[in-house]
Design a protein around this ligand. Structure first.
Ligand code: 5GP
Length: 193
């Protein structure tokens, strides 16, 4: 998605350790006009697929997922992150190792909002090592729901997540794939489609 790549080049900040900051338009301040275009693009890429629910993970996935959902006319469910070991209630749970925060946490979704009748599209802002998507996919599997695919705004192609998810046979659509980035010059190189 050229518009997104241009925006990353213009406003993205490359940090040490392979971290890309896109706080000014994606996951702190949010450019809703851009989100609308992202929503339309995911709609186009998953054209013809039967989807009745979007699943994301708090916090930065939520805003994106909500705008995307307007183009699919389906509800959004977000997995909650919890540090509590003994989770009360009827929930599906899975473990996720956080790339940016360097710790492990549990994610939960209520059994009321995910079940065998659901055809689920996963949405998230970043794909790095794939742990967040794997955790979400696990929840979908545990619920007996169908995983239709995953839509990612920015995939970091120099980390292994994309390969891991594609090798599992999951239909993955990433709107921008960063091949490399240089914290000294700020240069970002994208994978050609
Ligand atoms: P993964 O589980 O694929 O390793 O990492 C995905 C999650 O980590 C995303 O939900 C995202 O919030 C966060 N993340 C990973 N890499 C980056 C990055 O370079 N920049 C930002 N802003 N978030 C990242």
């Amino acid at each position: 998605m050229q518009l997104l790549k241009d925006r990353i080049r213009k406003d993205g900040i490359v940090r040490e350790g392979g971290v890309l900051k896109v706080d000014s338009f994606l996951n702190h301040q949010m450019d809703i006009e851009l989100f609308e275009k992202i929503g339309k693009e995911f709609r186009r890429r998953f054209e013809g697929e039967e989807i009745n629910k979007i699943l994301t993970i708090e916090a930065s996935g939520i805003g994106i997922a909500c705008i995307v959902a307007q183009y699919f006319h389906v509800p959004v469910v977000f997995a909650k992150k919890t540090k509590t070991k003994n989770i009360a209630g009827d929930v599906y749970t899975s473990r996720v190792e956080s790339y940016t925060h360097g710790r492990v946490y549990d994610i939960i979704v209520s059994k009321d909002f995910l079940g065998p009748e659901d055809k689920v599209l996963l949405i998230d802002d970043f794909l790095a090592n794939g742990k967040a998507l794997e955790g979400l996919a696990q929840l979908v599997q545990d619920a007996g729901a169908t995983l239709v695919g995953a839509g990612i705004v920015i995939e970091k192609g120099f980390q292994r997540g994309g390969d891991v998810i594609r090798e599992k046979g999951i239909h993955l659509e990433s709107l921008a794939i960063v091949e490399s980035m240089d914290p000294t010059t700020g240069e970002v190189v994208f994978r050609e489609n």
